[in-house]
Design a protein around this ligand. Structure first.
Ligand code: HPA
Ligand code: ZN
Length: 331
């Protein structure tokens, strides 16, 4: 099964590139940039990754990214992840990035864009790995700041495959960002949003109704609202689910308790993703393997999941056709 799951051409639709920063690279970049870390060693860093909830993770996540200062750092971060993902049979990566988390540290958008763009070109050329870029807004900061970032990104609008919404969900409903997302819509930029991870099903409804999103990131709490489940199914809405993340952030207690089987049973379009692989115990393949162990799914189920990701990816017709063929040839 491991061979089969490795071979399967997997598209990853939900990854925070800053959350792919492994402690090893964190130490290299800290040294390079003269940044002090709160950890004495790689082992100490990993041992500190013991979270009670989303906020306790976010505190370490924002601290960890303080080592990212130059375009070269962002390039190395993304390339390091692309190489690991490629080795696991990932063929396409859609990465969220958090410009506001860098801007507050004095790292401006052009630095981030230059580094990530260079890495994307390298990955395409060296690994045949395609990618997409999702500029995420931090929902626990003011909507006006998000709007300013969107306007400031004007030179890069063409390069954005979507805008997203992440960070601390509770108390920060999607409706707070209606204007920002309507501006993105006016610019022709697709929209996705985290909703229903820690927040209630009402936030998933708001993301659909107010932000006009084409995918929901997480969305697992939809099951508390049967009418919403029916709506998600009828609209063919895709959920980018991150099972290992949900375990580590205590959205569910154990992987065996994860609602993925119910989501599939309800006829929802589900994909498997890593979220923040350096912090949550593994990449895309590890998430596939964890589900295999927990739920005993057969090959057909994984083919369906991988197929949904290919159909829902921000890619052109030629690449989608190619990935469909690669999927069909992989089993
Ligand atoms: N949830 C919300 N915001 C985030 C996450 C997450 O798992 N990772 C990075 N930002
Ligand atoms: Zn996420």
């Amino acid at each position: 099964m491991r061979d089969f799951l490795t071979r399967l051409p997997k598209a990853e639709l939900h990854l925070h590139i800053e959350g792919s920063l492994e402690p090893e690279l964190m130490f290299v970049l800290a040294e390079r940039n003269g940044v002090a870390l709160p950890y004495g060693s790689v082992e100490e860093a990993r041992a500190a990754y013991d979270f009670q909830d989303l906020q306790s993770f976010l505190d370490l996540y924002y601290r960890g990214m303080s080592v990212l200062r130059t375009a070269e750092d962002f390039h190395d971060l993304a390339m390091d992840y692309f190489r690991r993902a490629h080795a696991e049979g990932v063929v396409h990566v859609e990465m969220h990035f958090d410009p506001q988390a860098h801007r507050v540290r004095g790292i401006e958008l052009p630095v981030v864009m230059e580094g990530l763009s260079l890495a994307r070109r390298h990955a395409e050329r060296e690994l045949g790995l395609s990618s997409a870029l999702i500029m995420a807004f931090l929902r626990d900061r003011e909507a006006a700041e998000a709007m300013a970032v969107l306007e400031e990104a004007a030179p890069y609008w063409e390069m954005l495959d979507a805008v997203g919404l992440d960070s601390a969900e509770r108390g920060h409903p999607p409706s707070k960002f209606t204007e920002v997302f309507m501006r993105a819509a006016q610019l022709g930029i697709p929209r996705v949003a985290h909703a229903g991870e820690e927040g209630p099903p009402a936030y998933i409804r708001e993301a659909l109704d107010r932000l006009d999103v084409c995918r929901i990131d997480h969305g697992v709490r939809c099951l508390e609202d049967p009418a919403l489940v029916a709506r998600l199914r009828d609209e063919g809405m895709v959920l980018t689910v991150c099972p290992l993340s949900n375990v580590r952030l205590k959205v569910v207690e154990r992987i065996e308790d994860h609602p993925l089987p119910q989501l599939l049973e309800a006829g929802l379009r589900v994909t498997l993703n890593s979220d923040d692989p350096a912090y949550f115990g593994g990449g895309v393949l590890d998430n596939y393997l964890a589900c295999q162990r927990a739920f005993g799914w057969d090959e057909a189920t994984f083919i369906q999941l991988a197929g949904t990701a290919i159909e829902a990816a921000f890619i052109g017709d030629a690449r989608r056709t190619e990935l469909r063929h690669r999927l069909a040839a992989s089993y």
